[in-house]
Design a protein around this ligand. Structure first.
Ligand code: B12
Ligand code: SF4
Length: 481
């Protein structure tokens, strides 16, 4: 192996690749199959707005890696949502994050760099779950949570001794402080750069989720002091809203209570993801509201317990949802309620149940998702075993559509001919401009954000209906999907 010169500073580029589908894009937009020039221009313009404005927060994964300090190695960051790929410069190593829905563009990018002789390391969810499918696309794989691996890898790069694989043995100990820097970011490009994670891992096993597969079943906490110091430091550079990226910010009531009481004097505003159990804990709810919580995304999934149970979600009984959501809203916190219609216990009656529930609870932003069987999850394997996937199970690229653009599986209780019109009918009733305005007017706070989300969803669910009905018509005419 060639030893690298001790004088020369090595340069490493970290690249964030956007999924080819998802909340920030839609099949119709990307395929450009709008009718007429005006419609095409409108869709293109909206696509730009959606891609840039909706969720333009920086990827915490690459911020963490770029903050690892190894003498003699300089790290830079390229977010393909905003930045041009700096192909003209020399890079000693390029690191690319791979999510399942973005595996193809990530591999194509890796190939471009490797064709120029640049070494590429791949890491992230898809690499962690399917390392063997990534091996041929990279010089180096980083498998698992890379907080500690990355330092070892950069030191090996420095020593000219890169190995083909770095694998996380035990989960990183989050009680160690790893200060996150923002020096690599163009702060102005983002809606906010205040992204913070306080815990990792999830004790639950919902079969449609990758989190417990990647991050394990034990909840690991960062020390409260370390999070408070991070928030204080972040505030010095960016005073905008904070996103707590934990999958469940109230996974541990006692920890969350202490943390957000400590954050309250900082007068931040924040949003996060929580379980509706919060509505049954008035003290924590009050602490969240007092510490500046403006909105919480809650995973309701199904309003029928048999559906949730069929997908191994046992901790969120349907009976408590209405009461808890109302309590959260009464505390002055907006609720983004995320449903999945088409779970294994759902019949066609669920459409009107969801619609009435949204009306009754006053959910500020509803999200009505289709079940996405993501390769590597329990539901993917089960549906494959039951012959219910609409694509070959080995064709992971086919499962990239993560927004409600395409049916990827056969529902259990309904045929596609029943289910698709039931779903599109539901979204056409729930996502109207009239409802968007009403929800914004009734929102306990953040009214303009509630209006923006609902208006975008009027547009996005319109595209989803077009795509789904097109798919259904194609299936009827014998087209293979
Ligand atoms: C915040 C978030 C979002 C945000 C913001 C994304 C952003 N700009 O960062 C928004 C809302 C936009 C979003 C959207 C989507 N998301 Co999301 N999201 C998350 C969430 C909750 C946190 C991500 C995070 O920051 N984690 C913390 C960091 C530290 O962990 P990490 O990303 O895994 O990174 C570690 C390792 O993976 C590794 N690593 C990661 N990248 C790299 C790169 C290199 C080079 C190396 C060496 C290592 C490495 O090292 C890191 C440190 O240990 C995760 C769940 C989770 N707990 O991770 C889901 C998650 C990542 N999302 C998921 C999905 C499916 C989506 C969507 C497709 C949803 C949809 N229906 O549209 C879209 C696609 C977005 C896109 N890429 O275009 C899935 C991905 C599943 C998979 N197998 O790929 C997850 C895991 C949720 C789940 N329930 O399964 N998401
Ligand atoms: S959906 Fe939420 S509660 Fe269920 S396993 Fe995933 S992170 Fe945990």
């Amino acid at each position: 192996m060639v030893m690298a010169s001790t004088q020369k500073e090595l340069s490493v580029l970290l690249v964030f690749v956007q999924a080819s589908s998802g909340v920030d894009g839609a099949a119709s937009l990307d395929a450009g199959d709008s009718k007429g020039l005006l419609s095409l221009l409108k869709d293109r313009a909206l696509s730009g707005v959606i891609k840039r404005a909706q969720f333009a927060i920086p990827p915490l994964s690459l911020m963490l890696l770029a903050s690892v300090d190894v003498p003699g190695v300089r790290q830079e960051f390229c977010d393909l949502r905003f930045d041009r790929l700096p192909l003209e410069r020399h890079w000693d190593l390029v690191g690319i994050g791979v999510q399942t829905g973005a595996a193809r563009p990530a591999f194509e990018l890796a190939a471009r760099f490797r064709a120029r002789g640049t070494k590429v390391v791949l890491g992230g969810p898809y690499v962690t779950i399917f390392p063997e499918r990534c091996r041929e696309h990279a010089d180096v794989l980083a498998i698992g949570e890379a907080d500690d691996l990355w330092k070892e890898l950069l030191e090996d790069l420095r020593a000219g001794q890169l190995r083909p694989e770095y694998r996380q043995g035990v989960f990183p100990d989050l009680s160690q402080e790893r200060p996150v820097s923002k020096s690599m970011l163009d702060i102005g490009s983002y809606f906010t750069t205040n992204v913070v994670q306080t815990t990792r891992g999830c004790p639950f096993s919902c079969d449609f989720c990758s989190v417990h597969v990647m991050n394990g079943h034990r909840l690991r906490h960062r020390p409260v002091d370390a999070v408070v110091r991070e928030v204080e430091r972040f505030l010095e550079q960016d005073r905008r809203i904070f996103f707590f990226l934990d999958d469940t910010v109230n996974a541990d009531d006692a920890y969350a209570g202490e943390l957000f009481s400590r954050l309250a004097p900082l007068k931040i505003s924040w949003v996060g993801q929580a379980t509706t159990a919060l509505g049954e804990n008035p003290a924590l709810l009050e602490t969240f509201a007092r510490s500046g919580c403006g909105a919480l995304l809650v995973g309701i999934e199904s309003l029928a317990d048999e559906s949730n149970h069929a997908h191994h979600k046992f901790h969120n009984p349907a009976t408590r949802q209405s009461r808890c959501i109302k309590a959260i809203r009464e505390a002055g916190i907006c609720v983004y309620g995320s449903f999945i219609y088409g779970l294994d216990g759902d019949t066609g009656a669920m459409a009107s149940t969801i619609e009435e529930f949204i009306e009754e609870t006053g959910i500020d932003v509803p999200g009505i998702n289709l079940l996405r069987p993501i390769p590597g999850t329990g539901v993917f394997d089960r549906l494959a075993g039951e012959g219910r996937l609409l694509h070959d199970r080995d064709d992971h690229e086919a499962f990239r559509f993560s927004w409600a653009q395409e049916m990827l599986y056969l529902p259990k209780q309904m045929s596609l001919e029943e289910f698709v019109p039931s779903y599109t009918g539901l979204t056409s009733r729930v996502f109207t401009l009239k409802h968007a305005v009403r929800r914004a007017m009734n929102a306990p706070t953040l009214r303009s954000a509630v209006l923006m989300f609902n208006s975008l969803y009027v547009h996005m669910y319109g595209l989803s209906r077009r795509d789904l009905l097109k798919q259904l018509a194609g299936m009827g005419s014998g087209l293979v999907f």
